[in-house]
Design a binder for this molecule. Structure first.
Ligand code: FMN
Length: 506
């Protein structure tokens, strides 16, 4: 029988924890956001459809982006235990300086279209958080304006080598003069990707007022008030060139750019240079011998070639091949600090965020970008604590495996041909049932190609490739803790290795 009594006012008072209401509506909205997805939901409510879709959308069927995000969702972490980790250090050495967090803000064009504070909000928030900010060639704040917004922090400049080379060269000199320390040379845009959402929305810059846009604007007055009462939206770095927006865009994409352009820019730029948009191991290897300081494995957030390789899947192989020669960065699909931790664990030196930043910007201007960074920081710290690592350098492939959905059956055309000839149905069935996939042609060839100390990891790598799983094997010639850890993970003998089944492979 439950005993009942009159409520005791003293006990009741202890239970009451009324917080003073947050009066500022932006702060109130942002306080409620716990994840980047929450920021996205706020952004969507507050931004007209055309600019929101321009930001969120990707090319054609948007498969590249969906797959990149899926790859992160398919990460399986393997935590250590009892490692006594009261605090974690999230900082990372990148291109010669320390960043407080292992990510920076990626270059994005037309940023003031998403929210009028645009790049100033991004650069200011990045500077305050101690992380780098990257300004796009197609930015809507000038090089000098970004420097003013982030005077003491690190600013990077992203270059499109345009048809009129002198325009690009002029920007390179301006960025150097303004003290930008790194140049990102984007190479995945020989032509514009087909952004179908923009076509369907009749998207244009500046946005046109049609009956549809007016109706869509009614519940989003703040965006329109901002848009109509602030300086016109234009390409800040390119305005002096005098072309129309369409002409400028067209001239930004040049299908004739080549390695020679890279050499010219390398000569011209006094700081670090990073090639953004690398999508094959072969190209990564070519760049390693060409004097660049880093590469970004990126498919432009899925906005260029649809069905492009998933950068996260490329990562272990690229790190194995060129990780000792230059820094390997990664972007596309990052929506959670855990995605960043997983990337670092598989060998990325650094990562970049595009939409995660823009969702914050659209949700609340500068404070929204601060919130994006704070959400990712919290997620990184929490994931590190749960994995029981105190520094990012302690992360390794033993902490990460991937569920095998979306993993390529063969990685290269050559592998595919070898697989096709080697895997007659009966053989494949026999191999699968005995776990003997290492006997397939692809595995043999890969193992044969790799010599000496590489053999164990390569065999395992090829075996996993043949069965549709990925490897985190490293170039074992580069001795050291990372190599040992990666080889352990790749051979599946470490505590962190989880075999995946063929049946799940797409
Ligand atoms: C709206 C938008 C504009 C972009 N503009 C540029 C650009 O001007 N130059 C560039 O190199 N990359 C550009 N990107 C690609 C980003 O730098 C980055 O590679 C991509 O956003 C990463 O994927 P994520 O959005 O999933 O984080 C843009 C991306 C978005 C979403």
């Amino acid at each position: 029988m439950v005993q009942r009594q009159m409520p005791n006012p003293k006990e009741l008072a202890q239970l009451m924890r009324f917080k003073a209401p947050t009066l500022n509506p932006t702060d109130r909205r942002l306080d409620a956001a716990l994840t980047i997805a929450d920021l996205r939901a706020i952004a969507k409510r507050r931004t007209p459809k055309a600019p929101f879709d321009y930001t969120e959308g990707a090319a054609e069927g948007e498969l590249s982006l969906a797959r990149a995000r899926q790859a992160f969702q398919d990460v399986e972490f393997h935590p250590s235990i009892l490692r006594n980790v009261p605090v974690v250090d999230t900082s990372r050495e990148v291109l010669g300086e320390r960043s407080a967090l292992p990510f920076g803000i990626a270059p994005t064009g037309f940023t003031r279209l998403m929210q009028t504070e645009g790049e100033e909000a991004g650069a200011g928030a990045a500077g305050a958080a101690g992380i780098p900010f990257t300004l796009s060639t197609l930015g809507t704040t000038s090089i000098e304006g970004v420097k003013a917004a982030n005077p003491n922090g690190r600013n990077w400049f992203q270059l499109y080598v345009m048809r009129q080379r002198e325009i690009s060269y002029g920007l390179v000199h301006r960025a150097a003069a303004a003290g930008f320390d790194t140049l990102f040379f984007t190479v995945d845009t020989p032509v514009a990707g087909a952004r179908l959402r923009d076509k369907r929305n009749g998207f244009s810059i500046p946005p046109q007022l049609t009956l549809g846009t007016v109706i869509n604007a009614i519940p989003r007055p703040a965006w329109w008030i901002n848009f109509l009462t602030t300086p016109p939206l234009e390409f800040a770095s390119l305005s002096s060139t005098g072309g129309t927006v369409g002409e400028l865009l067209d001239s930004a994409m040049d299908p004739t750019i080549s390695f020679d352009d890279l050499d010219v820019i390398r000569e011209m730029w006094p700081g670090k240079i990073v090639v953004k948009g690398v999508q094959t191991v072969e190209d990564a290897k070519l760049l390693a011998g060409r004097g660049v300081d880093g590469i970004v494995l990126s498919n432009h957030g899925g906005r260029q070639l649809d069905r492009a390789p998933i950068p996260f899947h490329l990562l272990p192989d690229v790190v194995r091949e060129v990780g000792d020669d230059m820094e390997v960065h990664l972007d596309t699909g990052i929506m959670n600090g855990a995605d960043i931790v997983a990337s670092i664990a598989l060998g990325a030196r650094f990562t970049l965020i595009g939409r995660a930043y823009l969702y914050g910007l659209m949700a609340g201007g500068r404070r929204g970008v601060d919130k994006t960074i704070s959400i990712l920081r919290t997620e990184i710290q929490r994931t590190m604590k749960l994995l029981e690592v105190s520094t990012l350098d302690e992360l390794g492939p033993q902490h990460v495996t991937q569920l095998s959905r979306l993993v390529p059956v063969a990685k290269t055309v050559t592998d595919a041909a070898e697989l096709a000839s080697a895997s007659k149905p009966a053989t494949v069935r026999a191999n699968r049932s005995t776990g003997g996939a290492a006997k397939t042609g692809a595995a043999k060839t890969a193992a044969a190609k790799s010599g000496g100390a590489k053999t164990t990891a390569a065999k395992s790598s090829a075996a996993k490739r043949a069965t549709g799983t990925r490897s985190a094997a490293t170039k074992s010639s580069s001795a050291g803790a990372r190599t040992a850890k990666q080889a352990t993970a790749s051979t599946g003998s470490g505590s962190g290795s989880t075999p995946a089944t063929d049946e799940q492979t797409s």
